[in-house]
Design a protein around this ligand. Structure first.
Ligand code: ADP
Ligand code: MG
Length: 275
């Protein structure tokens, strides 16, 4: 039996007074991989940000619990400590903070005082994880994400995830900007972390990633709601036929939430301590 249970119920959230999430329900148990698919602008990243407690996204209704604990009551850093992790669609660059400093602080922030990870142990772990993810060892001492390519940033997100050992891993479009080799490395990293002690929420636009990470459940988001749930065959159908058939079935003309906007960059990594 798994001892991870993550539940989102009737979640509504708004940005600058505009309602984006209009009642999202999702339940993830340890060992399960859930995928959320959907066209751009339908609220997928907003869901991830609301779960992590990004201040721009105001939750107006519903609940989020992790093992019975009220996530919405937690501060951002408490959510990370409770075991929530978000690999971001647009990881931020932090000049002046090395990758190693950042990760070590993030790990220690989750441990109690006096129980900090030793430098030797940390470096050994980081080297091992970097090796598995084919990340150049030099990246340990480079400023966080500064000058990293798109693919390097994404692999670095997976590195953080591997080292922080979260209970719920949310990956927001981790596949975007990855060539096929990098995609396989990322997928291997995720598959290796699959365990009964952990659940995954994988947000993706394309089915491609799901050829390498096979989900147990697939959900489609449109207009700020989950409009259809199924198994892997749902992802396959979307890959073959696109989203139009589903929009027709549902009588939806415009699947986005409100007006189309440009992409948003999150100001900081919500899983890490503040600098
Ligand atoms: P997706 O990840 O599915 O492409 P998003 O959750 O990023 O969609 O965005 C859904 C809608 O929410 C956007 O079209 C935009 O109107 C709004 N939105 C999201 N984030 C912000 C923000 N930081 N500021 C203003 N509006 C936002
Ligand atoms: Mg997005």
């Amino acid at each position: 039996m798994s001892n991870v249970q993550f539940t989102i119920q009737g979640l509504k959230a708004q940005v600058e007074g505009k309602e984006i999430l209009k009642g999202v329900d999702i339940e993830i148990k340890g060992g399960e991989i859930h995928a959320i698919m959907g066209p751009n602008g339908t609220g997928k990243s907003t869901l991830a940000s609301a779960v992590m407690g990004h201040p721009v996204y105001e939750v107006t209704d519903g609940s989020i619990t992790l093992n019975g604990e009220d996530v919405l009551e937690m501060e951002v850093d408490e959510r990370a400590r409770a075991g929530l992790f978000l690999a971001m669609q647009y990881p931020s660059e932090i000049a002046g903070v090395t990758n190693a400093d950042f990760l070590r602080s993030a790990i220690n922030a989750r441990r109690s005082e006096g129980d900090e990870i030793s430098l030797i142990k940390f470096i050994r772990q980081m080297e091992g994880s970097m090796n598995k993810l084919s990340i150049d060892p030099q990246f340990m001492h480079r400023y966080l994400n500064e000058g990293f390519s798109g693919g390097e940033k994404k692999r670095n997100e997976i590195l953080q995830m591997a080292m922080l050992d979260p209970k719920i891993c949310i990956l927001d479009e981790i596949d975007s900007g990855l060539d096929i080799d990098a995609l396989k490395i990322v997928a291997d990293g995720v598959n290796e972390m699959r365990s009964e002690e952990r659940g995954f929420l994988i947000i993706t636009h394309y089915q491609r990633l799901l050829n390498y990470i096979s989900p147990d459940f697939v959900h489609v988001m449109m207009q700020g709601r989950i409009v259809r749930s199924g198994g892997p065959e749902l992802a396959q159908r979307l890959e073959n036929d696109g989203y139009e058939w589903l929009k027709e079935e549902l009588g939806i003309e415009d699947e986005t939430v409100g007006q189309e906007t440009e992409e948003f960059q999150m100001p900081m990594n919500t899983t890490a301590p503040k600098y």
